[in-house]
Design a protein around this ligand. Structure first.
Ligand code: CIR
Length: 258
């Protein structure tokens, strides 16, 4: 099994000033978010990841959501240009860290693209066209990855922040989906399985070394996946959920052995 690295970043004390697109602004308990984030890192370690924390970036309220700052493939890491202006400064430290593991490419203005919009399944990239990823960002990503043999498929995202807010690859060719927010027909050659009713937050999960880390608030979905033979680990994330962040948002996971 290749050694996996998970890049993370501590929760900023300014997290309550985060960007929000769909969720109402509510208080966020920094201490509680930090404890839940530490449990998340432990779950990643238990699943076989080494953890590398980026330097603290307290000035970036959303800095914990490192997923949005890059798209890491086997051959290359694409440093994004986040769609929220307040987040664009987050990418510098991600680029420094990733340069040790991959050649880098970058998305540049007027393109915007958030990593949360890019769902990678083998040699296919499903790319959300959301409030954070525009046509130019999509076109730049496509021109970077097409020569590497990847197919890019644009997916309309209107009812949630990012594509992966409501869709996760949880097994080979199988996507866990909140059908209220993302149309399953977007995933042409893939199978899909829906989250349990009322458990939309479960659709943002993390697949790592054959396990699926799932939002602890989604017990029924957990049972459904376990019944399919999938190893499920429940992880609490309700505090960062107030910042519209799910489990996948808090890491960039990739193989070090390239
Ligand atoms: C934002 O609006 O950018 C943050 N408050 C949440 C980002 C969550 N990231 C993700 O879904 N990949």
């Amino acid at each position: 099994m290749p050694r996996l690295l998970a890049i993370t970043r501590a929760v900023s004390p300014g997290i309550a000033r985060c960007e929000l697109a769909f969720a109402p602004r509510r208080p966020i308990d920094h201490q509680r978010a930090t404890v839940q984030h530490a449990s998340y890192e432990t779950a990643l370690r238990d699943a076989g990841c080494a953890i590398e924390r980026l330097p603290d970036a307290d000035e970036h309220a959303d800095g914990v959501f490192v997923e949005d700052t890059a798209v890491v493939l086997e051959e290359i890491a694409v440093i994004t240009r986040p769609g929220a202006v307040s987040r664009q400064g987050e990418t510098a430290t991600t680029a420094l860290a990733l340069a040790r593991y991959r050649p880098l490419a970058t998305i540049s203005a007027p393109g915007i693209l958030d990593g949360g919009d890019v769902l990678v399944s083998g040699k296919t990239l499903f790319v959300g066209r959301s409030g954070r990823t525009n046509a130019e960002g999509f076109a730049q990503l496509r021109s970077i990855v097409t020569p590497l043999g990847y197919r890019t498929v644009a997916v309309e995202v209107r009812h949630c922040l990012h594509l992966k807010t409501a869709a996760t690859l949880i097994d080979e060719n199988l996507i866990l989906l909140d059908e209220q927010r993302i149309d399953r027909r977007a995933f042409d050659d893939h199978h899909t399985t829906a989250v349990a009713p009322g458990e939309g937050e479960a659709a943002n999960a993390v697949r790592v070394n054959g396990r699926v880390l799932l939002n602890a608030a989604a017990a029924q979905t957990g049972e459904r996946l376990a019944a399919r033979g999938i190893e499920v680990v429940m992880v609490e994330n309700d505090e960062l959920a107030r910042a519209e962040g799910g489990l996948s948002c808090c890491s960039l996971i990739f193989s070090m052995a390239v």
